[in-house]
Design a protein around this ligand. Structure first.
Ligand code: SF4
Length: 375
């Protein structure tokens, strides 16, 4: 068991000096307004910062204030978010903005407790906004900070278990510089992201190397100690790329609430390993089957979906499909205006014999020659 952190005040100085010298020029780092910081923190969850920057810039142009976000239709918000994944984040930002405008007079809460009342704002995000925007002396613990702290202290706890998380939080809080909590938190995150990386930490350039037990023992990479994750659930789907006689493609809007809720996609039908072809008619899709494309895997945080594209030509618009609140035909321009997930894009881009990608190249009308139905 590691002994508690006894912090040399020099460590904070070294870390903050290093951060001031090397920090990446992220566009939200010069701001103290809680709204853009909130947006940046939510976008950065599970997403690389290089990916976030253009989305954040487009977002701040389109929704520059909480009021602008609250007064915009959710469809516009989801459309701008398309491609970032984990769409519940966008819905929560929109709901949070509405709550701030309607219930809090348009002011983003200042405390961790107040921030945590916003939808989708957990301990990490609340602490980040409170410390960076308002200077609250609360530590932020993300995966980067967790790694740094576990290596500093050679923490043997399972970092995913509650005791391990509590030990990391306590050490991070003790280390925090109460005079510059926002900068200190960002410095810790930056250190984990750029120097104390999961593999090959660059201890020779690390500002806290003199105080690091992992470096001294020569086994820093052994930390954090993590027990294996539960295996992800796998489901299999038929992804139905159905086209009308005029070439437009059938899109459905998923019911709100679940994975990818509210987004548009070619309809997905549940499949099993042992069924050779989907029963489209039973599912409510009427048309000429036109073969299958190559199956692909789409990975969510704890799930994997294997999707087999199936093509249908000269289809008739179904009255309803389970799991979808709206259905419609869309041409290229119509598709571009829809809030779609990456999964939908993969499906639209899939190709098969006699079927071209609907996202690239020409949007062709399918052959009128009826195809032989699969047995
Ligand atoms: Fe990480 Fe090495 Fe710095 Fe320790 S000295 S915090 S292991 S980069």
């Amino acid at each position: 068991m590691s002994t508690p952190l006894r912090l040399d005040p020099e460590l904070r100085k070294h870390l903050l000096r290093w951060y001031a010298a090397v920090k990446r020029p992220l566009p939200w780092r010069t701001l103290r307004d809680p709204y853009p910081i909130w947006v940046s923190e939510v976008m950065s969850q599970q997403t690389r910062v290089e990916t976030v920057i253009p989305y954040w810039e487009r977002w701040m142009q389109r929704f520059p204030t909480v009021e602008a976000l609250a007064s915009s239709p959710l469809d516009d918000v989801l459309h701008l978010w398309a491609g970032l994944g984990y769409y519940s984040r966008a819905r929560n930002l929109h709901r949070g903005a509405c709550a701030i405008v309607e219930q809090l007079g348009g002011k983003v809460p200042e405390t961790v407790e107040g921030l945590r009342t916003l939808p989708g704002v957990g301990e990490y995000t609340a602490a980040a906004i409170a410390s960076i925007a308002y200077g609250a002396p609360v530590s932020v613990v993300d995966g980067n900070v967790e790694r740094v702290v576990c290596r500093w202290l050679r923490l043997e706890h399972d970092a995913r278990a509650s005791t391990g998380r509590a030990a990391v939080r306590a050490a991070a809080q003790e280390a925090l510089d109460p005079l510059q909590p926002g900068d200190f938190n960002q410095a810790m995150m930056e250190l984990g992201a750029t120097v104390c990386t999961p593999r090959n930490p660059r201890c020779v350039v690390c500002p806290v190397a003199p105080w690091c037990r992992g470096r001294a023992a020569g086994d820093a990479e052994r930390f954090p100690v993590l027990r294996p994750k539960a295996p992800s659930q796998v489901s299999i789907w038929w992804g139905v790329v159905a086209r009308a006689e005029d070439g437009r493609v059938l899109m459905g809007r998923r019911v709100e609430g679940g994975l990818l809720g509210g987004l548009w996609e070619p309809p997905l039908l549940t499949a099993t390993c042992d069924v050779a072809a989907p029963d489209l008619r039973a599912a409510g899709i009427d048309g000429l089957p036109a073969g299958e494309g190559t199956a692909f895997t789409h990975v969510f945080s704890h799930r994997r979906w294997v999707v087999v594209p199936v093509f249908v030509n000269r289809a008739i618009l179904p009255e309803r499909l389970e799991g979808y609140t709206e259905l419609g035909w869309f041409d290229r321009a119509g598709l571009d205006a829809l809030a779609r997930s990456r999964l939908a894009n993969k499906l639209l881009a899939s190709q098969g014999e006699g079927h071209q990608s609907l996202l690239h190249g020409r949007f062709e009308v399918p052959s009128r020659r009826p195809r032989k139905e699969r047995p």
